[in-house]
Every structure is written in C-alpha cells, then in structure tokens.
Design a protein around this ligand. Structure first.
Ligand SMILES: Cc1ncc(COP(=O)(O)O)c(C=O)c1O
Length: 429
C-alpha cells in the first residue's frame, strides 16, 4: 500500500491514500479490445446491426449426445459433491486414448495428464507454478494474451519472439539464449496459432525440442486448435517428437473441438514434473470441474467423432466464403490453414492507422467488428483478426458491407483518418 494515513487515526484531517494501483494490476493493461468493444456496444445501443467477428467464441451448439450425458449425470446427487482437482480418472484415461489414436503418443493418465478448467486456466496456473520473479520467458508476438500475461502475473519478464514457425523464430530463440539475463526458462508455442492461424509441422517441433533440450528450457505447447484444420497439414503434437516429454507439456481443449467453450474443460499432458507442478498448484486453488461436465467430456472424447468433422467442415466453409468474398471486394487475406480465424493485413490504404483505429473504422463504416491485432502484442498492429464465428449468411452480409466501405473510399484521394483516432490509447504490449 502507498504511504499515507491508513491505520487507526482520529484526526479530522485524515485522508486515506489507498488509490495507488495494486502491483499486479499495474502490470495488466486494460484489454485493447475494450476500446473496440465499447464502440461496438455504443453502435448496438443506437440500433445498428453489428456483425461481430471480433471474438473467438464458437457459436455452434455442443453436440446433443454430450449435452445428454451431462443431463443424465447431473441427476445423480453423488455428482454434486466436490470433484477431483486433477480430473476424474476416466477423463484422464479418455485423453490418453485420444493422444494414442490421434498422435500415436502414449501417456500415463496418472502422472502425465491433468484436466484443467479450460486450457487458459491451465496455462495461467502452470505459469505461476514454475516461475520465479524476474525469470525470462520466450513468448511469440503476436499471440493469445494469456501466453504472455500468465507469466507477467507470475512476475516474469517476457521476451518476444516471432510468431511464425521458421528460420526467423529459430534464430530469435538462439539470440535469446545468448543475450537474455537470466537465461530463459520457458518457451510458448501455439500452432495452429491464435491470432495468426499459422500451423507448424513435425519437423519444426523437432527443431524446437532439440533447442529446448540443448538449453534446458521448458516448452509449453498450446494445441487448442488441434482439430480445426483445413488443408493437408494435420496439426501434429509436439509430444510426437522423441524426447519431448523431458521438456514439454501440451495444452488441449474441449472448447473448439467439441464446441464446449462455456463448459471450461481442457487438459495439460506431457512432462510429469510440469504436470505435477500444475496439479499441486490446482490442489490449492480448485476442486476440479463439476463432475457431470467431466463425465460429459468423457462421452465427447470416447464417443462418435463425426461431430468433430462437422465442426471442421463448418469453419472451412466459412473460411472459403470469407476469404473469397473479401478478395472479390479488394481485400486479399492469406487463406488460413487452421484455427477459427483469418489474420488480415490492414489494406495498404489504411495501414498508417494501425489496427485499433482501423478496427474502429470498419465498425463505423461497415458495421463489422474485428479484433485489432495490437491486442495480441505490438507486432500484431499491422493486422486485424477476423473470427469465423458467424454463419455464412452473416459473413456474406459482412462482405457486402466491407465491399461498400472499400469502394466508397477508393474514390477519395486523401489518406483517411479514423474517427476518434487522436484519442486512441494503446496499452496491451
Ligand atoms: C490459442 C488459444 N489457447 C487457449 C484458448 C483458451 O481455450 P479454453 O477455452 O480451453 O480455455 C484459446 C481460446 O480462444 C485460444 O485461442
């Protein structure tokens, strides 16, 4: 607490001085997205029909057989008690079976798997479990905010590395171990990636594992989009690399694969020491997900998998509509090979605005909400992230609106300023 009069004090002039921001909160800047979200809320309050492609929130219903299992299980009062913090054994066994059939990776459900309250919770609590204040952590930039902020909350310093899998990232990792003091202790990888939608192949993971083993660096792989892919490259697991388990843990999630984002179920799997560290941490913090949710997750993992193929086909269909439609409207965006996002370079005419002002402009002129790339780190400021979270009918409407906006502006000679540009405050990186 800041200095000032805060104890028992009977002076009439006593003024409490408790306004200084808490240390941890100071390190958590307001979400950059809040600004665009506020503009979106204002527009909606005025009655505008905003097409919201800003959030990564799956819009599909959870498949009925999974919901039915939840409903059936919840009838049993024994499931109303505290559950098991590391996940019921059947759920951990179901994840082990998934890794075996999907990746040909054998995992011990007792020591190498833990269920989490969504992968985000697992990432954040593992970061706390393994971090000493002042540690250096290597995090891709741009990337999903918890990758960086999980460690910042834990008191670490973050060193940004390129997000794209390839030689530049490997060279940056090499520089990081030579020049960071203290030496980095952990690295985050995330493919298919949010926000960039990039995928990595197994050869790339081989390089990462070799690097991490050489320098004794933990690797946290975020595989939340394991099943959302559209091309010939099927996302591998880092745990497929021989020796990976010595240094790596991998997070997977029910949220996207089975359209269960609100249920809050995910996993960490791999290195037993990291899994044990997370288990210890969680044993102090939670009693596990509600048992009926865990039982339903077992039904999802062990049951018919055509719902996963359906989800994949749904996002692919949306991707095709969006990318083709925007190309026809004059906005060329790389075709994402996975994830549920398109990572869209700001059209050259608006590049000087940066991603927050451009997102506000799109909202105002096309009634389409997107996520400014800056919210994922300063190197994301050249892009906006477009979520495939509306049906194709709404996506076509969004494309028409954007086409109209781009066409209207192409008749104007001067570079455009976004509304309210002067007031844009940026605080995410
Ligand atoms: C890359 C990535 N990791 C993790 C998560 C969090 O997923 P969960 O719902 O499992 O916490 C998300 C959610 O959008 C994500 O994009």
């Amino acid at each position: 607490m800041a200095s000032g009069c805060y104890t028992l004090c009977d002076s009439d002039n006593c003024k409490l001085n408790m306004a200084e921001e808490f240390h941890r909160i100071r390190r958590l800047p307001p979400y950059v997205f809040a600004e665009v979200n506020a503009a979106k809320a204002r527009a909606r309050a005025e009655g505008q029909d905003i097409i919201d492609l800003g959030m990564g929130n799956p819009d599909s219903a959870t498949p009925p057989h999974i919901v039915a299992k939840l409903v059936e299980t919840v009838q049993d009062p024994r499931t109303h008690r505290y559950s098991s913090s590391k996940g019921i054994p059947g759920l951990r066994r179901a994840l082990a079976a998934y890794y075996q059939r999907r990746f040909d990776v054998a995992l011990d459900p007792e020591t190498e798997i833990i269920a989490t309250l969504g992968s985000k919770e697992g990432l954040a609590n593992l970061a706390s479990a393994i971090t000493s204040p002042g540690d250096t952590i290597l995090v891709p930039n741009p990337s999903y905010p918890i990758h960086q902020f999980g460690f910042i909350i834990a008191g670490a310093s973050v060193r940004s590395v390129p997000a794209k899998p390839g030689p530049d990232l490997l060279a940056a990792l090499d520089r990081a171990v030579r020049h960071s003091v203290p030496k980095p202790t952990a690295l985050i990888v995330n493919f298919p990636s949010n926000p960039t939608a990039w995928l990595a192949d197994l050869d790339f993971y081989r390089e990462i594992v070799a690097f991490a083993r050489r320098h004794e660096i933990w690797v946290l792989s975020d595989l939340a989009y394991a099943e959302i892919y559209f091309g010939s490259l099927v996302p591998p697991s880092i745990l497929q690399v021989p020796g990976a388990k010595e240094i790596a843990v991998e997070f997977t999630s029910m949220s996207k694969t089975y359209s269960m984002p609100g249920w809050r179920i995910g996993f960490a799997a791999g290195n037993p020491r990291l899994v044990a560290a997370l288990a210890r941490m969680k044993s102090y913090l939670d009693y596990g997900a509600f048992t009926p949710i865990q039982v339903a997750a077992v039904a999802a993992l062990n049951g018919p998998q055509d719902c996963v193929a359906d989800v994949r086909a749904l996002y692919k269909d949306r991707r095709d509509v969006l990318i083709r439609g925007l190309a026809q409207a004059g906005w060329d965006i790389p075709n994402p090979e996975g994830s549920m996002f398109a990572w869209a370079p700001i059209p050259p005419r608006y590049a000087h605005l940066g991603s927050v002002a451009f997102a506000k402009l799109l909202l105002e002129r096309a009634q389409v909400a997107v996520a400014p790339g800056l919210g994922f780190g300063e190197h994301g400021d050249t892009h906006v992230r477009i979520g495939l979270v509306e049906n194709t009918h709404r996506l076509r409407q969004a494309i028409r609106n954007i086409r109209g906006f781009l066409a209207a502006d192409s008749n104007v000679a001067a570079p455009l300023m976004a509304p309210g540009l002067a007031t844009v405050g940026v605080a995410a990186s």
